[in-house]
Design a protein around this ligand. Structure first.
Ligand SMILES: C[S@@+](CC[C@H](N)C(=O)[O-])C[C@H]1O[C@@H](n2cnc3c(N)ncnc32)[C@H](O)[C@@H]1O
Length: 210
């Protein structure tokens, strides 16, 4: 079994061993002695970990998080890595994200469009260790390619690709193949896993810059 990232443990919730991170609760999630449930059904990155992908995080990394929404997953990530730049382009969830960041000095909310990396290049430090991407929008591979500029040469892209965001009519496997082909413009794909049963028609991808 793949090692859990540093700062992520399995704890018992309702009699089941589930992923957990240490920190203040954010969205009413169950807690256990300072640890809070990191639910793979609510988080693509947690589902990637549960699916056995080696996400390569040891704690302390600098992370660029694309598609932060209201900060559910970004809050867990910020609790076990270092500086976390969280990009989200929808103003309403960013209001919640700002609240989540108030208790986390290493979490930096950015109301920005991940398709326009130049608009946050002055804020995000160069050579981040990992890009976590969950944008669920058309052109997901393009977003990853455009943001490769922030990633150090041996860093990791940890992306969830949602088939239905690209094309609801096509076979998800075909959509994933096309997305991986597009990613290969800038990345070497190291591993992929489907994220069922946690998330239907999603592919978890671990890649490194070429
Ligand atoms: C599936 S949700 C993210 C959930 C979040 N990652 C979590 O686990 O808590 C996808 C988010 O990506 C955002 N998004 C989509 N396209 C984006 C873009 N171009 N730039 C920034 N955010 C984007 C959406 O507004 C939405 O909040």
């Amino acid at each position: 079994m793949t090692d859990l990232p540093e700062g992520v443990e399995r704890r018992t919730f309702d009699g089941q061993r589930r992923l957990a991170t240490r920190g203040e609760p954010v969205y009413g999630e169950p807690t256990d002695e300072g640890w809070r449930l990191w639910d793979a059904g609510r988080s693509k990155l947690a589902a990637m970990v549960e699916s056995g992908l080696d996400v390569g995080l040891d704690g302390g990394e600098t992370v660029l998080y694309l598609g932060a929404a209201s900060g559910t997953t970004a809050s867990h990530v910020a609790d076990f890595v270092g500086p976390t730049y969280a990009v989200e382009f929808a103003p309403r969830p960013v209001r919640d994200l700002v609240g989540v960041a108030e208790g986390r000095r290493n979490l930096v909310p950015l109301l920005k469009d991940a398709r326009k990396p130049a608009s946050y290049a002055h804020v995000v430090e160069a050579d981040v260790d990992a890009i976590v991407q969950d944008v669920a929008t058309r052109g997901q591979a393009r977003v990853a390619v455009e943001n490769r500029r922030f990633l150090r040469d041996d860093g990791r892209l940890l992306a969830a690709i949602k088939a239905r965001s690209e094309d609801v009519t096509r076979d998800p496997e075909d959509v994933f193949e096309d997305a991986l082909d597009d990613l290969r413009e800038s990345y070497e794909v190291l591993a992929t896993e489907r994220l069922e049963p946690y998330h239907d028609d999603h592919l978890g991808v671990v890649a490194r810059p070429k």
